[in-house]
Design a protein around this ligand. Structure first.
Ligand SMILES: [Zn+2]
Length: 572
């Protein structure tokens, strides 16, 4: 047994390790993708290639050896990039045997991991390439890429479904043939998923690819989707691929590397990105930021303190000779990408990736639309998100309702929860600023009222549940379960959130079997929506319902009324 395999198997026992091993190949080489940290569908992982072990999420800067603005060696030494990507088809066309004779790593002067694309992008732009798959597979083996790609057919954006079908069928056909063409087992081959905006085709493509022992998958043709600012469609594409691919294989989002969308894509489970944009934008005077792109002419100040921007200003850079300006912008663009990736990784560690994605989503309406689209996939995201986190939740509004923690509480309450036995009355009380809620000053007074109404303290006939944004119903005995007391919500609440909580309250009443329901209706924060939902649910169940409406619910007269109502309900 290879020592790499042993080592990885051992660490599997210790940590939450995902280990994938080429199933149908001779195990002279073991590839491992080991997950260290998770948040949402994002993961910080270690991907082992034959040259280097690289940390994901990772961005490969795209290298074009003929017009490279920044020396490749500098990318590692100055910026810390552990890996780069270049195009095998361009190498083949322009340099033929040179990268074979020198080896790719020497040819590119880069001692980290090198990924090669096969020419698929050229197919998308120029229609076809003068090379077949056997040749490009063989070439990538000869130059000794660390990660390499089969010659897939990208679907693209402006295509009819018939054409999209053909690209998927041909890519699957080539993927199957590929396993007879390859001769080396130490290269990590990428199995691309195509289908474009046709989600049924993306699903079909991913289902076919998952059956083949590719150690890495990639989602093709997102570039044009992003250029049209259809980030909502991108969410659909990524999620469809994710739901149909093995979760333990890393996913590369081809042609995506703008810092303003990396947080969202990472949160949806993309592990690898590549960016040609840093250099292409630099050529066109475009300045990237984590919130979008500016033209250099538009800037009076640099909103960045990278080593380039800290010592210059937009006017001075505009006056630089063309080549110098391009290098300045390319370096700045890369610094921004690196900084954003670090923030994303720290957010994963802190369990605050959702908050980070939400912050980025507010940079552009199309990004916020995309975040809203996550609602359609909330059950899947919940299923694979970690159950506990090192931090509490910030709840800003209705856009946060699909958060896995909210979905999980709703699901657990619906599927696994039963109220304590023998309780007769459901007392619904509003959330308090203090958490856990039962330790608040207001609730302590209510607790005394309940004790007086119950008379016999061991009887416990009144069951208290809090109505809480964004979670809905929180039974008193669960208030200290994470994250029901570890969150901060914005007040006043928005109506969509209030409606969501009201729906939860109504459903809860309908599911449970209380003999009566009493609501302390906090009209200050919740208007009359909760009250209406309770009334409708009680009518549906044919259960008596009483509501006490107040802005200050620990007022003396309210407490007296509550005591009388509870006594009355308990005596029936
Ligand atoms: Zn900068």
């Amino acid at each position: 047994m290879n020592s790499n395999i042993k080592q990885t198997t051992k660490s599997k026992l210790k940590t939450d390790t995902v280990f994938y091993q080429h199933a149908n190949t001779i195990n002279r080489f073991a590839m491992s993708f080991e997950v260290k940290e998770k948040d949402l569908l994002a993961r910080i992982g270690k991907l082992k290639t034959k040259t280097a072990t690289i940390e994901t999420p990772l961005l490969f800067p795209v290298i074009n050896p003929s017009i490279q603005p920044i020396p490749t060696r500098r990318l590692k030494e100055h910026f810390g990039f552990e890996a780069i990507i270049t195009n095998a088809y361009i190498l083949y066309k322009r340099y033929k045997n040179q990268p074979i004779d020198q080896t790719l790593h020497k040819f590119l002067d880069f001692n980290g991991a090198i990924m090669t694309d096969s020419g698929a992008y050229q197919i998308l732009v120029y229609g076809n390439v003068a090379i077949n798959q056997a040749q490009i597979v063989n070439y990538q083996e000869q130059i000794s890429s660390d990660i390499a790609t089969i010659l897939d057919i990208p679907t693209g954006w402006h295509v009819k479904k018939e054409r999209a079908k053909q690209t998927v069928a041909e890519t699957i056909k080539r993927a199957k043939v590929f396993f007879k063409q390859k001769t080396r087992n130490d290269i990590l081959w990428v199995g691309p998923v195509q289908g474009g905006k046709y989600l049924d085709l993306v699903a079909k493509s991913a289902q076919a690819m998952r059956k083949l022992p590719f150690p890495i998958h990639a989602l093709g043709s997102p570039t044009e989707v992003m250029e049209s600012y259809r980030y909502d469609v991108l969410v659909d594409m990524i999620m469809t691929a994710k739901m149909n691919l093995p979760p333990d294989r890393p996913l590369h989002l081809f042609g995506a590397g703008h810092p303003h969308m990396m947080a969202l894509a990472t949160a949806l489970g993309c592990d690898l990105f590549d960016s040609a944009a840093y250099a292409l934008y630099a050529r066109e005077n475009r300045y990237m930021t984590e919130n979008g792109t500016w033209r250099l002419e538009e800037l009076s100040y640099f909103p960045c303190q990278c080593p380039k921007c800290a010592s210059s200003n937009p006017k001075a850079v505009l006056e630089l000779p063309k080549k110098e300006k391009e290098i300045f912008l390319a370096e700045h663009n890369l610094h921004v990408c690196v900084a954003e990736l670090k923030r994303i990784k720290q957010s994963i560690r802190d369990g605050r990736l959702w908050e980070h994605v939400e912050m980025r989503a507010h940079a552009h309406p199309t990004l916020l639309s995309a975040l809203k689209r996550v609602k359609d996939y909330r059950d899947f995201v919940e299923k694979y998100s970690p159950a506990t986190k090192p931090s509490g939740l910030f709840f800003f509004g209705a856009v946060d309702l699909p958060r896995p923690e909210v979905v999980r509480h709703e699901k657990r309450l619906r599927e696994n929860y039963l109220p304590p036995e023998n309780v007769k009355v459901l007392l619904l009380t509003p959330q308090t600023r203090t958490k856990p809620f039962q330790k608040s000053v207001e609730f302590k007074k209510i607790r005394q009222v309940i004790a007086r109404a119950e008379q016999n303290p061991s009887a416990k006939k009144v069951h208290v549940c809090f109505y809480v944004a964004p979670f809905g119903v929180v039974p008193i005995e669960l208030t200290e379960v994470y994250p029901l007391s570890q969150h901060e919500a914005v007040t006043p609440l928005d109506q969509e959130t209030i409606l969501h909580v009201a729906r939860q309250v109504g459903d809860y009443i309908k599911r449970a079997n209380y003999q009566s329901v009493v609501l302390i209706n906090d009209s200050e924060n919740w208007n009359s929506t909760i009250q209406k939902a309770c009334k409708a649910a009680c009518k549906n169940k044919n259960v008596p319902f009483v509501s006490l409406t107040t802005k200050v619910f620990d007022r003396k007269d309210i407490l007296t009324s509550l005591e009388n109502i509870l006594k009355n309900n308990l005596s029936e």
